[in-house]
Design a binder for this molecule. Structure first.
Ligand code: NAD
Length: 257
């Protein structure tokens, strides 16, 4: 049995993780961690922070779906204690991830996936395959209006993958010079030369389009996540996989075969 602690257990994603882990036969939730978890009707203890959880419970894996401004501190407590971490909270830079992984006890894994849905991972793979053949690409992501970071981690990762697959050829991001004064940003944020647009609206969970353009043709790849259960197979795969791995691993594709 893999013993799991869930940070952010009172949140939208954390609630779904507690439910999914509880239903899996090879793992169990030993505790939740959330400063707003005191009122939860939970069947396991809920601690206010990771340090208290490490003192009060024994667990193999910490799953973190919290907030961009707290996730680094959570990992700073768990990794040196030898707890493998499965992280979905977005907003961590590569540099911070590397620093955190370096602080881990030997044999410990820090696994971060900007997107835990298999469909989004495939969308990024397809984008990687298309990028060398299309001079232009734009990423448009759509999320619910409570999302705390823009653009999304998936959009940033997609733009980075496209930039790498172009083999160093920079996009001209046509039209940026035409942005009206006082309306800068109309052509999106440039992430490694790829325009990225973030839409926030009620009605969405998480969707993304990658639009490629070439002479006389466009190619659009779209992924929609309609429900938070879409992330759970990926989260469970991460929990099952980290025990045999060490160091920093970024992206669910590393565990999909
Ligand atoms: P949410 O606001 O519903 O939940 C966050 C929870 O974290 C809250 O209950 C809050 O009280 C708790 N929290 C705050 N500080 C904490 C701390 N120090 N320790 C433990 N818990 C703490 O947010 P959400 O919609 O569940 O999203 C959580 C994160 O997951 C966001 O960063 C979001 O972008 C990310 N996310 C990632 C994926 C992915 O596939 N990687 C998918 C969806 C969401």
């Amino acid at each position: 049995m893999i013993k799991v602690a869930v940070a952010g257990c009172a949140g939208r994603m954390g609630t779904a993780v507690v439910d999914a882990v509880g239903k899996a036969e090879d793992m169990e939730v030993v505790c939740g961690i959330d400063p707003h978890g005191a009122d939860l009707d939970a069947s396991q203890p809920v601690f206010a922070n990771v340090s208290e959880a490490l003192e009060g419970a024994a667990f193999d894996v910490l799953v973190d779906f919290t907030q961009p401004n707290v996730v680094a501190d959570n990992l700073r407590a768990a990794l040196p204690a030898g707890v493998d971490c499965v992280v979905g909270t977005t907003g961590l830079s590569n540099q911070v991830l590397e620093e955190l992984a370096a602080s881990a006890a030997p044999g410990t894994c820090l696994f971060y996936a900007p997107n835990f849905t298999t469909g989004a991972v495939l969308m990024m793979e397809f984008a990687k395959a298309a990028a060398p053949y299309f001079p232009e690409a734009e990423v448009i992501e759509f999320h619910h209006c409570n999302k705390k970071d823009a653009p999304s981690g998936t959009a940033v990762r997609t733009a980075q993958i496209i930039a790498q697959a172009r083999g160093g050829r920079a996009s001209e991001a046509p039209g940026r010079e035409t942005e009206m004064e006082g309306m800068e940003g109309a052509r999106g944020a440039l992430v490694e030369g790829v325009p990225v647009h973030a839409v926030r609206s009620m009605g969405y969970v998480a969707s993304q389009e990658v639009m490629f353009g070439s002479l006389g043709q466009t190619l659009t790849i779209r992924h929609d996540s309609w429900d938070r259960t879409s992330y759970m197979p990926g989260v469970l795969l991460g929990i099952r996989s980290v025990g045999a791995r060490e160091g920093l691993i970024v992206g669910l594709e590393n565990f999909m075969s």
